[in-house]
Design a protein around this ligand. Structure first.
Ligand code: FCB
Length: 451
């Protein structure tokens, strides 16, 4: 099966960026050369990770980074999105770990040498445990610690970086980590989520100012995840519940960034749940961004259940789902992008993550026939192209993920990669999806070279 590459598709244009993505904790390993992160602690806590695994070894990317870059290069992608591990860069005593920085600088230099554009995310959830010990994202000081960390990184990396994202999916850090507790640090309480997100957004704004000062020519922004919500029925109460879910889970994150204010909903939530907003915070948070990263996986249908947390229903009977149990719904991506474009005046959008987990198995002759992933990538790339046809400015698309990796609370059971990783031997094998993406990218390059 071919992945897109239809002549005339925006994906075939030279100015559209196509890449693959990973994150530090999910692939790096080499835990002995960095500080502990909240995810290490979470993994040590019984019952938190489905397969009782941890990120100490992961894909041993720190060991295999050179051959990993060779594979990325062979795929013919334009760009590689990865994240920097904060606990690998700043030690508990506040000093800078030069070896940690050197690892990333070597990686960046090699990417540049190969003509692959580096898209660097400063924070993909691996908060140093020593900061969590002081309250983590519930402590305003963590935002200032992030500002300092960002300055160290940005100064050290210089002009090697093509694009910076401050945070990846602050929804997950705040809501999953501090409100419902299914991610590190595993705190539970309605009074925590919106306080944590305020400090995360503040950290983003402070880091944006650092980027503006020290990397004024590098395009910088933030990556958010969105779930488009649809009412489970036409009944008014479900429609209202759907709007509430949207306000809580989507708008709460984008509105402060673009409009410098939280949604109306802030007036209606109990005082104890409200964020601690200081004068001037919203100006910092709404510092202009050069791009908005959008991560999309699935949609949710919403049913009113009388509570302030509307019920998100499982996919309807007969709908195609992924190994995560998530509905395959490419139209949701088009709808989401069109809605964002309608509701906000946005900078260019980059799809910074899209992909799926499937129960991939290797055949005796070393093939991984991940047909569902090929169909999924195809239909979602077409969904992006549809949104572009409706006027949404989208400049890039990254597949999540380059390789199978540590899928957070689900451990290594869920395989999101276009490369299959054998965790015993650490051998990476191109799944069929990687081969077809590669074929498409080779064809595309040939087209560009013809001029
Ligand atoms: C996103 C995360 C990424 C990965 C994918 C499946 O929420 O950013 O690290 O876990 O989901």
């Amino acid at each position: 099966m071919d992945i897109i590459a239809k002549l005339g598709s925006p994906f075939s244009k030279p100015d559209f960026t196509i890449g693959v993505a990973t994150s530090s904790f999910q692939i790096e390993g080499d835990a002995e050369h960095r500080e502990k992160s909240i995810w290490d602690t979470f993994c040590e806590t019984p019952g938190k990770i489905a397969d009782h695994s941890h990120g100490l070894v992961a894909c041993e990317h720190v060991k295999h980074w050179e051959s990993d870059i060779d594979i990325i290069d062979a795929l013919n992608v334009d760009a590689y999105r990865f994240s920097v591990s904060w606990p690998r860069v700043i030690r508990q005593d506040g000093s800078v770990n030069d070896d940690g920085l050197a690892f990333y600088i070597g990686l960046l230099d090699r990417l540049i040498e190969k003509g692959i554009r580096p898209y660097v995310t400063l924070y993909h959830w691996d908060l140093p445990q020593y900061l969590e010990d002081e309250g983590g994202w519930l402590n305003r000081q963590t935002a200032y610690a992030f500002e300092k960390y960002a300055e160290v990184v940005v100064k050290a990396f210089g002009n090697r970086v093509y694009s910076y994202a401050t945070l990846n999916e602050p929804f997950c850090s705040a809501y999953l980590g501090y409100e419902v507790g299914i991610h590190a640090p595993g705190m539970v309480g309605k009074e925590f989520g919106k306080k944590a997100i305020h400090h995360l957004l503040l950290a983003h704004g402070l880091a944006m100012r650092v980027l503006r000062e020290h990397a004024p020519t590098i395009e910088s922004g933030i990556v958010l995840n969105f779930t488009p919500f649809y009412p489970a029925s036409n009944e008014e109460k479900d429609v209202i519940a759907t709007k509430l879910a949207h306000d809580h889970h989507n708008d709460w994150y984008i509105k402060p960034l673009i409009h410098g204010e939280y949604p109306e909903l802030i007036k209606h939530i109990p005082n104890a749940h409200k964020p601690d907003v200081h004068p001037g915070d919203m100006e910092v948070i709404s510092e202009s961004i050069d791009f908005l990263g959008v991560n999309y996986y699935t949609r949710a249908r919403v049913q009113d259940n009388g509570s302030e947390d509307p019920h998100q229903m499982p996919p309807a009977e007969g709908k195609e789902t992924t190994a995560m149990g998530w509905e395959v719904f490419p139209q949701g991506l088009t709808d989401l992008l069109v809605q964002l474009h309608r509701d906000y005046t946005l900078p260019p959008i980059i799809i910074t993550e899209n992909g799926l987990a499937s129960d991939d198995e290797m055949t005796p002759d070393g093939q991984v026939k991940d047909l569902q992933r090929q169909r999924y990538l195809n239909s979602h790339m077409n969904a992006v192209a549809d949104a572009m046809a409706q006027g949404v400015n989208i400049t890039g698309y990254f597949v999540w993920s380059l390789m199978d990796n540590f899928e957070w609370a689900l451990g290594y059971e869920k395989r999101f990669g276009i490369l299959y990783v054998d965790y015993d031997s650490q051998v990476r094998t191109l799944k069929d999806s990687a081969k077809s993406l590669q074929a498409m990218l080779v064809k595309r390059k040939a087209l560009h070279n013809q001029g």
